[in-house]
Design a protein. Structure first.
Length: 82
């Protein structure tokens, strides 16, 4: 199944026009969680601010099936997200 990962940043919203194939919505959610954590780790390493607020996962019909916030993905990993 193709899912579209629409990115919500402080500067605006970036629509995914290409999409990514995942075997299920559950796999898309897990990979999105891991992706947000990777982005946050890159920001920490480079000293940049994390501007990513959330990623909305939409199916092929455009229906948003899940929204993963940076807070959700980082909760429990860093003291600020406890």
């Amino acid at each position: 199944m193709k899912f579209f990962l629409h990115v919500d940043e402080q500067k605006g919203f970036i629509h995914d026009l290409e999409g990514i194939d995942f075997p299920s919505v559950e796999k898309a959610i897990v990979e999105t969680f891991l992706g947000i954590r990777d982005i946050a780790a890159d920001c920490l390493r480079s000293g940049e601010e994390l501007t990513l607020q959330a990623i909305a996962i939409a199916d092929e019909t455009g229906l948003v099936v899940a929204t993963i916030t940076s807070h959700d993905a980082l909760q429990g990993l860093l003291p600020a997200f406890a």
